[in-house]
Design a protein around this ligand. Structure first.
Ligand code: G6P
Ligand code: MG
Length: 215
């Protein structure tokens, strides 16, 4: 019996993926990596230092940036990103998610260290029993650790939890944790999800039930 939901944040609850893109593109320009849709998609769900490593590697610049230089670039990205998210309001909750939240009991499983700030800006803190601290888990998405922790904080077994995600890395994390995965976005990118919706506005408890029954 399904008893809980674990939400990804960026791209599921909050319309922030566009801000990550703006801030990372500047860094890509600085290191000399060409920005592509594939690179942009591949950064979703990946933690800050992991995202930077992908951007550096995409342009073949691995040997030009040591750990100290990487930390400075990540810091620069985050400063720019924090500026962009400082003006978030409840209007930046993705379509349909407020209504969906009103139906449920929940936790957040985001790779973002900015998650508590964003959830507060959106006015959603009362909904969530916990926001898992990504620094507290052994490895980031696609590793199952963060979605396992998201079930544990709800005192639920993984099979009692549905995870919601807009990234391929996140769907792998949910599936690895033994939870039911709901993908939101391009069904070809999220092909491993148990069920898929094109957009947040389509996600309701009933729609999830119907999609799972059809499987
Ligand atoms: C989410 C986003 C990623 C981002 C990561 C870390 O998973 O999808 O694009 O890199 O969080 O976010 P942070 O706010 O800690 O840099
Ligand atoms: Mg996301």
């Amino acid at each position: 019996v399904i008893k809980g939901f674990a939400f990804d944040m960026d791209g599921v609850l909050a319309d922030t993926a566009r801000f990550h893109t703006i801030a990372w593109r500047k860094i890509a320009d600085e290191v000399g990596t060409t920005w592509t849709k594939e690179l942009e998609e591949g950064l979703k769900g990946i933690d800050r230092m992991g995202s930077l490593a992908l951007i550096i590697a995409a342009g073949g610049h691995e040997n030009e940036y040591d750990q100290t230089a990487r930390e400075a670039l990540a810091e620069k990205k985050n400063t720019n990103y924090r500026e962009l998210i400082s003006k978030l309001t409840p209007a930046d909750i993705l379509p349909g998610m407020q209504n969906f939240l009103d139906e449920l009991k929940l936790s957040v499983a985001s790779a973002s260290k900015n998650a508590p700030f964003i959830i507060e800006r959106l006015g959603l803190d009362d909904y969530f029993k916990a926001v898992v601290d990504p620094a507290s888990v052994s490895a980031g998405k696609p590793d199952p650790a963060i979605f396992s922790a998201a079930a544990a904080v709800l005192n639920l077994k993984p099979e009692q939890v549905i995870g919601l995600e807009d990234s391929a890395a996140g769907i792998k994390s949910i599936n690895g944790a033994g939870e039911i995965s709901v993908g939101i976005g391009d069904a070809t990118v999220l092909a491993e999800a148990d069920v898929n919706f094109d957009q947040t506005a389509d996600v309701t408890l009933n729609a999830i039930k119907e999609a799972l029954d059809k499987k």
